[in-house]
Design a protein around this ligand. Structure first.
Ligand code: ATP
Length: 234
């Protein structure tokens, strides 16, 4: 579904990704793990067109995406749930969700999509008029995921959905990810919480200083001593 071949990305003069190659097949859940500053967020930003790709090739279902404007990338079926959720705190839950349906194809079906998201996450329906900024961290993450689903995506990019949440809420967020996966969405998830995320993905890529250092089935990476020492504290 998504394919990256030798992708470079930079912030001005600073190169953050070096020749990154990866694939995500339809229906898979794939994790991107690595230390702080490794380039995980940058990778998701490059895929969704928030920062320019300066080398290599990237395709979504065969369509080249680096030259597309971000909203056109959304139209290819990619939705990004950014780090720290980035909700509009002074807008209601429902208005935040509607913001996710900004591409024309989704706007036409916004009412239908809203019902679908409320069906999936009844808590959001209960809280539809509440200001998003007053919700709990876990609820805000649910709202951010719901907003991404409003565009009718095939592939959902999740950037550290467990960040800043209490352990019990972290469990609930991973459960949400499992749910959207069972709904048929393909998932690419960045997580620091390696032990937890490996339980819900098929495969993972380890990124170090902007490069893919290792990749493979989650079970295989969990057996890798170096990964266990560096990222799981064992
Ligand atoms: P974390 O888990 O800490 O968010 P990460 O793996 O997601 O880490 P990135 O945020 O992708 O890392 O950062 C990769 C590198 O790019 C870092 O060296 C970071 O300082 C740099 N970087 C990130 N954003 C910018 C920016 N807007 N301008 C310049 N450099 C940036």
């Amino acid at each position: 579904m998504l394919e990256l071949r030798n992708v470079d990305a930079r912030y001005g003069a600073f190169q953050a990704l070096f020749g990154v190659s990866m694939q995500v097949q339809a229906g898979e859940a794939v994790a991107v793990i690595g230390a702080n500053g490794a380039g995980k967020t940058t990778l998701l930003r490059a895929i969704s067109g928030m920062i320019p790709v300066t080398g290599g090739e990237m395709t979504m279902e065969g369509v080249s995406i680096p030259s597309l404007a971000p909203h056109k990338i959304v139209e290819t079926g990619i939705a990004h749930v950014p780090e720290s959720r980035r909700l509009f705190p002074r807008l209601s839950v429902e208005d935040n969700l509607k913001m996710g349906a900004f591409i024309p194809a989704a706007r036409e079906k916004a009412a239908e999509r809203l019902d679908y998201v409320y069906g999936l996450f009844p808590r959001l329906k209960e809280r539809r008029t509440q200001l998003a900024g007053t919700m709990s961290g876990g609820e805000q993450q649910m709202c951010a995921i719901g907003r991404a689903l409003m565009s009718g995506p095939k592939l959902v990019l999740l950037d550290e959905p467990s960040m800043g949440l209490a352990p019990v809420i972290v469990q609930q967020v991973f459960e949400l990810v499992r749910r959207i996966r069972s709904e048929g969405y393909t998932v690419l998830i960045v997580e620091q919480n390696v032990r937890q995320v490996m339980k819900i993905v098929d495969r993972a890529y380890l990124i170090e200083v902007g490069r893919v250092k290792a990749s493979g089935p989650a079970s295989e990476l969990l057996d890798n001593d170096e990964i266990r020492r560096a990222y799981m504290g064992v």
